[in-house]
Design a protein around this ligand. Sequence first.
Ligand SMILES: [Zn+2]
Length: 137
Amino acid sequence: MKTECPRCKEKLEIDNANAGLKVTCPTCQHEFQCPEVKTNQPKKEVSAPNVTEKKLKEITKILYVGLIAFPLFGGSLSFISIIPKTYQYTITTTPDLELYEKLDFMGENGWEMVSARRASIDDNMTMAYEIIWKRPK
Ligand SMILES: [Zn+2]
């Protein structure tokens, strides 16, 4: 059986025959009473700390997500869903040829497309996308 010296905390392997008897720690020579052998204890002892450990891991995970999310949202508390997000909106009109460049540019600046429609912008039937964008304030 495994036990631990109450004085120096040395982990000790004790013969089951010595359970409940006085033993001497080989490290610090401290004499102490060896605990009784408990037959069906180990299973319970293993499962209880596992649950706690799991919960702790979950809490740690939530804390990490919070820590990562906080700076991402500019340090505001808007990542908590109960606080409604407010958006600002803008409308752009971009000719077809510049469209992909414009999409990249707007995306990099945090704009999210709300709607887009294609329309001619002059008498020569030059086509463009009129896009409505939003992003969190
Ligand atoms: Zn000891």
